[in-house]
Ligand binder design. Structure first.
Ligand SMILES: Nc1ncnc2c1ncn2[C@@H]1O[C@H](COP(=O)(O)OP(=O)(O)O)[C@@H](O)[C@H]1O
Ligand SMILES: [Mg+2]
Length: 263
């Protein structure tokens, strides 16, 4: 059976000055999955996501997104493609000078030029989807907790009803309770909206709760990609350190024999 790939990264090379970040890197993302990318700090996880979004151009290799070669596509086409992806950035998730409402409305105004009444309804719908009550709509980001900012940033990433959602360290900086509830939110949105999700995370609990597959970045490439059960058995020093410390063992105990995504 042919697997439906929504992203295909082939023979990627990324270089900044003399520093080679990726070399001969290959990775496919399947429609409807949650693919997590793990790797040491500076291994190029964020850069890889930015390349999949078309925000950065690799030195070599091809990236096909939703059937189109990102770098060969015409600019009008490229803009359309961009609207089919939403991204929750690692830092600076919201514009500090804009209210909650305007943060979510901004992509609708700038990229879709929708009428104001429709934008208003859509902003409230997105707020509802991420569990933020409407009374917060006129607040400024500085007046909100870290957990609320993540949720609103997620609402913003979903503003244009993307098919692909990119999450860069979505639970970093959240306390365990907020992190758990954010993981639950991602899980339910993934199922309800039939999203394909690409996520970078260091957090083993979110990794095991969410990932259909995990890709491990080391030695400038993806050294293994597979189900969590497959990846933890792969023999590589990074994987041993990353998964098999005390926290890793505890997180693995919650791995059920039949993961929810195969039900
Ligand atoms: N625009 C840039 N110019 C120069 N170096 C960069 C740039 N973006 C990223 N890098 C370097 O590339 C490497 C990978 O960065 P990044 O993708 O942010 O790593 P991480 O895996 O921690 O997310 C790092 O060494 C970083 O310093
Ligand atoms: Mg990063």
């Amino acid at each position: 059976m042919d697997v439906d790939h929504v992203i295909e990264v082939e023979d990627l090379r990324t270089q900044f000055g003399r520093a080679v970040v990726h070399d001969h890197l290959n990775l496919n993302v399947r429609r409807g999955e949650i693919l997590s990318i793990v790797g040491g700090s500076g291994t190029g996880k964020t850069v890889l996501m930015r390349q999949m979004l078309g925000l950065e151009i690799p030195r070599r290799g091809t990236i096909r997104v939703l059937g189109e070669d990102l770098h060969a596509s015409q600019s009008a086409h490229f803009d359309e493609l961009r609207k089919r992806s939403g991204m929750l950035f690692q830092h600076g998730a919201l514009y500090s000078a804009l209210s909650v409402f305007d943060n979510i409305a901004q992509p609708m105004r700038e990229l879709r030029k929708l009428p104001p009444a429709l934008i208003r309804d859509l902003v409230y719908l997105k707020l509802h989807m991420v569990g933020i009550s409407f009374e917060h709509a006129q607040k400024m980001p500085a007046d909100l907790s870290g957990g609320m900012i993540k949720r609103i940033a997620l609402a913003r990433a979903l503003a244009l009803d993307p098919e692909l959602l990119f999450l860069d360290e979505p639970t970093a900086g959240l306390d365990p309770d907020r992190s758990d509830s954010f993981v639950g939110l991602i899980q339910s949105l993934h199922q309800q909206l039939r999203l394909t999700v690409v996520m970078v995370t260091h957090d083993l609990d979110s990794l095991f709760a969410l990932s259909s597959r995990i890709a491990v970045l080391a030695e400038k490439k993806v050294i293994v990609v597979g189900t969590p059960q497959e990846v933890v058995q792969f023999d590589h020093p990074f994987i041993q350190r990353f998964f098999l410390g005390g926290r890793g063992r505890r997180a693995m105990e919650v791995l059920s024999p039949v993961p929810y995504w195969e039900n």
